[in-house]
Design a protein around this ligand. Structure first.
Ligand code: FES
Length: 84
């Protein structure tokens, strides 16, 4: 099961709370209030699913969303230099 961004040690439950506090419904906006998803990026599909469904624990996705299918999930933020 998947319940967190491993790279930044943020659970989806923590991210859900922040999203609710800031009335956020998309990954890029949530990344403006806390760090997650900017290393391997594998958690982003799960976070978007969390935002869409409210669930915070997921089975491993057989085929994670690909950047070309959902480019809005993989947009770099201004000043994000960790991908360089
Ligand atoms: S698991 Fe979230 S950036 Fe790697």
């Amino acid at each position: 099961m998947v319940d967190r961004c491993i790279c930044f040690s943020k659970t989806f439950s923590e991210l859900k709370t922040l999203a609710a506090q800031h009335r956020i419904r998309d990954v890029a906006a949530l990344q403006t209030v806390t760090e997650f998803g900017r290393r391997c990026g594998l958690c982003k599909s799960y976070v978007q699913r969390m935002l869409d469904t409210g669930s915070t624990i997921f089975p491993v996705m057989a085929v994670p969303l690909h950047p070309f299918e959902n480019p809005e999930l993989f947009t770099e933020l201004p000043g994000d230099s960790r991908r360089d």
